[in-house]
Write a protein that binds this ligand. Structure first.
Ligand code: NAP
Length: 327
């Protein structure tokens, strides 16, 4: 019987599904040596939110497939997996809408100061009619700049254009004709997007090319009234530069779901800024979506071990037996 290592707890029915096909060994990724030892005689692995380094896979000669319960795959060295002939599967699509909801929550909460003012009410500060000191900024009719208009960026663009009458600008390496046709999105280069957007929303994958793509210079290029929204990965933004920009009024505010270090350390300067809405990486975190992701990842893994997986493959080259992929 095949052996699968799970380094994330899975819903009962998903675990039962995996157990119909294989022996499942659940490991605590914090117990590093036991985790690596379990991988050594495994055929497959499933999990999320843990860096899987090439060194951890040395000696894992039976390993045929890894399945991440996420769409992002920055926790893996994809080229190394391809060289080893290991299929990497991920879960696009099932999380697109709930993640776009999180992005839009951040846009609305940052602009309308929802979290800050709800805390103000709870603290008993609402003692007279509110005035300009509690006013926020409009969202409807403004310009949204999406850096990385793919699946999630497209779902954000739909909300913005059709629901909030916003103008949508975007940067991608390639055009997104559907978003241009359906949401009136206009493809521009990054400097033009930064100069014109009221909300700059990052939805790129984390790659060597996108790491720190928003740094001090890019923040200076944004409008003083602009709000930065990041629900991609923390490292797409230079966090120290962002803290500086917020403290100095270079930009108006930020709505953040992701950070350099997660959980965000309690002494982070970001937590002292009223202009920041900080969420604990909840992008896809609804009961329904997380269940769908786990199910999808489990089905991907079993199909990959059977050699029948045709979708959701990150490193398609592995199937052709050729190495080297631009991830
Ligand atoms: P996707 O469909 O692949 O979209 C990514 C977009 O980024 C594509 O349009 C791509 O277009 C663009 N892009 C890639 N590299 C770029 C670069 N160097 N410069 C400019 N644009 C670039 O992925 P998705 O499903 O929307 O997910 C996007 C990311 O969101 C994931 O990788 C993950 O890290 C993050 N995410 C976070 C959460 C959360 O909990 N906060 C949840 C889900 C996903 P081109 O290829 O044409 O450049």
């Amino acid at each position: 019987m095949k052996k699968i290592v799970a380094w994330k707890s899975l819903p009962e029915d998903v675990l039962a599904y995996l157990q119909q096909h294989a022996q499942v060994v659940q490991v605590d990724p914090a117990q590093h040596d036991a985790f690596v030892a379990a991988l050594r005689d495994a055929d497959g692995g499933i999990g999320a939110s843990v860096k899987i380094t090439p060194a951890m896979l040395d000696g894992a000669s039976r390993l045929k497939a890894l399945s991440t319960v996420s769409v992002g795959f920055d926790q893996f060295d994809v080229d190394d997996l391809t060289r080893r002939g290991i299929v990497l599967a991920h879960t696009p699509d099932v999380l697109t809408e709930s993640t776009a909801d999180t992005v839009f929550s951040l846009i609305l909460a940052s602009a309308r100061r929802v979290v800050e003012l709800a805390d103000w009410v709870k603290a008993g500060q609402w003692r007279a009619s509110i005035g300009p000191a509690q006013f926020g900024l409009d969202v409807q009719g403004k310009t949204l700049g999406i850096v990385g208009l793919g699946r999630i960026g497209g779902a954000v663009a739909r909300r913005a254009a059709l629901g909030f009458n916003m103008n949508v600008l975007y940067t991608n390496r390639s055009a997104n004709p559907h978003a241009e046709r359906t949401y009136g999105a206009r493809r521009v280069d990054l400097p033009e997007l930064l100069a014109n957007a009221d909300f700059v929303c990052l939805q790129v994958p984390l790659t060597p090319q996108t790491k720190h793509m928003i740094g001090a210079a890019e923040l200076r290029a944004m409008k003083k009234s602009a709000i930065l929204i990041n629900a991609s990965r923390g490292a797409t933004v230079d966090e120290a530069a962002l803290i500086d920009a917020l403290q100095n009024g270079t930009i108006h505010g930020a709505g953040l779901d992701v950070f350099d270090t997660e959980p965000l350390p309690a002494d982070s300067p970001l937590l002292k800024l009223a202009s920041v809405v900080a969420l604990p990486h909840i992008g896809s975190a609804t009961h329904e979506t997380r269940h769908a992701m786990a199910r999808n990842a489990a089905e991907n893994l079993i199909a990959a071990l059977d050699g029948t997986l045709a979708v959701n493959i990150v490193n398609r080259d592995v199937l052709a037996g050729s190495a080297g992929r631009d991830s």
